[in-house]
Design a protein around this ligand. Structure first.
Ligand SMILES: [Zn+2]
Length: 102
């Protein structure tokens, strides 16, 4: 397989390019930890914003895709932090009220 020729449009591809400049398909191999599924799953289940370096260095996302998913991960993290703050505030309020015997 000649990696310097796009398999779809048969135009020449720069070996350092992740995507064909002519038709936009992904070219070259993507490591398992850079696949879309793994990056997004680890971001939303496990790592949160710590998965951003993985996302930004992945070749499996387009530039717009990286921007979109970065914002989505940040919004998701912010949502979790706010939810945690609300829960802590509720627990604190409950503790104060039971301490005062109401
Ligand atoms: Zn192409």
């Amino acid at each position: 397989m000649d990696i310097d020729i796009c398999p779809r449009c048969t135009n020449k591809i720069d070996p350092t390019d992740s995507f064909c400049r002519h038709c936009g398909i992904r070219v070259g191999e993507v490591a398992w930890y850079h696949t879309k599924i793994f990056v997004l799953a680890s971001a939303f289940i496990l790592l949160g914003p710590f998965a951003l370096p993985l996302l930004l260095s992945s070749r499996d996302f387009t530039r717009n895709g990286k921007v979109f998913w970065s914002l989505a991960i940040c919004a998701y993290t912010l949502g979790l932090v706010l939810l945690g703050a609300v829960i802590v505030a509720r627990m604190y309020q409950y503790m104060i009220e039971s301490a005062l015997g109401r």
